[in-house]
Design a protein around this ligand. Structure first.
Ligand code: V47
Ligand code: SF4
Length: 357
C-alpha cells in the first residue's frame, strides 16, 4: 500500500475502495495505517475522546433466536434463564439516578416482553428517573415486536418514541453477508432487513449506532462488505451516530473459533473502519470487548469514543470477556489522558457535556 498516495486521495475527498480496505486489514505496516487513521480521526474530533456515564440494563436473556455466537441467551425454562420485572429494572435505575445520562437497554427475544411491557418500562423509567436518555432495542428486537404484535415498523417506532425511546443501539448487525450470517445466526433477520429497519428509524427521527461482530467465520472481504453497506445507508440518511466493531468472544458459544483474534487484527479493524466510514463522525472502541488496555491503544488508531461506565455487563462476560464490568469516570479519564488525548463526557447524541482536563 502506498500510504502517501492514499493520504492524498482521502484528504482530497476521495473514498477508500473495497480493495484498499481489504489490503489494509492485512497490512504489516500497522504504524503507517495508525498514523493515517489518527490523522483522519483528529480532523473530525480534534484530540477529544468521548465517553458517557451510562448503565446497561438487559431485561432478560430468554430468546427464541439462540444465535450460535451468543453465550448470553437461554431458552425459556433453561437453567440460568432470567427475566427482570419492570419494578426490578426501575429499582436498578433509581440506584444510579444523578450518576448516569443514559440507559442502554437490550435483551433477548422473549414473547412475554411485548409492546405493552416496553411502553410501560420506558414510561416508568422516564417518570422515576427523569432526564436520563433511553437507548434501547436493536433492529432485531424492533422486528420481533412488530411480528408479535402485527404492528408495522414505523408505528412501533412511533409508539415507543412516544413512551420515551430516545435512540437505538447498533446491535444485531453481526455480519451482513448471508453466506456467513446464515451459519452464525440462521434465525435472525437478514442484513437487508436490519438496514431497512435502521433506515425507517432514521426517517422517523431516531438516531442509532451501528455495529459489526468480527473475528468468527468471516473473511476480510466480508468485513468490508459490511462497511460498504453501512457507508451507503449513512450517505442516504445520516442517522448513524457512531460505528462500533465488536470483537467476537468464543467461550460458551457454538462457534468453533479456529482463528482467534489478535490484538493487531482488532487495531487494524478500528483503523480501517475510521478510514472507510468517512461519513461516520465517531468510531467506538468498546472497552468491555476489546479489553481496557487495547481500547486505550485504539485511541491512537482512529477511535474517538470508549462507550462508558457501563456498570453491569452480561453479553460479553457470559462469552468469556476478561475486562471489568464497570469503570469509574476517574478510570476512563485517566486512560484517555495517558493516551495523550482529551477526555470529553458526552450525551447520547455526542453533545459535549464536559471536558475533563
Ligand atoms: O448484537 C453477542 C454482540 C451485541 C457476542 O450501540 C457478541 O453503542 C462478542 O450491540 N462476542 C450487543 N460480541 C452489544 C452491542 C453494543 C455494545 C456496546 C455499545 C453499543 C452501541 C452496542 O453483542 C450483539 C452481538 O453483536 N455479541 N455475543 C460474543 N460472543
Ligand atoms: Fe438472542 Fe440477541 Fe443472543 Fe441472538 S444475539 S440469541 S438475538 S440475545
Amino acid at each position: 500500500m502506498d500510504f502517501k498516495e492514499l493520504k492524498k486521495k482521502l484528504s482530497s475527498g476521495g473514498r477508500m475502495s473495497d480493495a484498499e480496505a481489504v489490503e489494509l486489514l492485512e497490512t504489516e505496516d500497522i504504524f503507517s495505517l495508525g498514523e493515517l487513521a489518527n490523522k483522519v480521526c483528529e480532523k473530525k474530533n480534534k484530540k477529544f475522546v468521548h465517553f458517557i456515564r451510562n448503565r446497561h440494563i438487559n431485561p432478560g436473556n430468554i430468546c427464541v433466536n439462540r444465535c450460535k455466537f451468543c453465550a448470553f441467551s437461554r431458552s425459556a425454562g433453561e437453567k440460568g434463564a432470567y427475566a427482570y420485572t419492570i419494578p426490578q429494572m426501575v429499582g436498578m435505575a433509581k440506584k444510579v439516578a444523578g450518576k448516569v445520562s443514559e440507559f442502554h437497554i437490550v435483551g433477548g427475544l422473549n414473547p412475554d416482553m411485548d409492546m405493552d411491557f416496553y411502553v410501560d418500562l420506558f414510561r416508568a423509567l422516564k417518570k422515576e428517573v427523569p432526564g436520563v436518555s433511553i437507548k434501547a432495542l436493536t433492529a432485531v428486537e424492533i422486528d420481533y415486536l412488530s411480528k408479535c404484535s402485527g404492528i408495522k415498523i414505523n408505528k412501533i417506532l412511533e409508539i415507543l418514541k412516544e413512551a420515551g425511546l430516545d435512540s437505538m443501539p447498533g446491535g444485531g448487525a453481526e455480519i451482513f453477508r448471508q453466506k456467513v450470517r446464515g451459519k452464525l445466526c440462521p434465525e435472525k433477520i437478514d442484513g437487508k432487513r436490519w438496514l431497512k429497519i435502521m433506515e425507517t428509524a432514521h426517517k422517523a427521527g431516531i438516531k442509532t449506532t451501528a455495529t459489526m461482530l468480527f473475528g468468527h467465520l468471516e473473511s476480510f472481504a466480508d468485513r468490508v462488505d459490511h462497511l460498504r453497506r453501512l457507508r451507503a445507508l449513512q450517505d442516504k440518511t445520516g442517522g448513524f451516530l457512531a460505528f462500533i466493531p465488536l470483537p467476537f468472544h468464543p467461550k460458551n458459544t457454538k462457534i468453533e473459533n479456529t482463528h482467534p483474534l489478535s490484538g493487531l487484527d482488532i487495531i487494524r479493524t478500528i483503523a480501517v473502519s475510521r478510514l472507510y466510514l468517512d461519513n461516520f463522525d465517531h468510531i467506538k472502541a468498546y472497552w468491555i470487548m476489546t479489553g481496557e488496555k487495547l481500547a486505550q491503544t485504539c485511541l491512537l488508531f482512529g477511535a474517538d469514543d470508549l462507550d462508558g461506565t457501563v456498570i453491569e455487563e452480561k453479553i460479553a462476560h457470559d462469552a468469556g470477556a476478561e475486562s471489568k464490568e464497570a469503570m469509574t469516570v476517574e478510570e476512563i479519564t485517566r486512560m484517555i489522558k495517558k493516551a495523550g488525548k482529551v477526555p470529553v463526557e458526552r450525551d447520547t447524541f455526542y453533545r459535549r457535556l464536559k471536558v475533563w482536563n
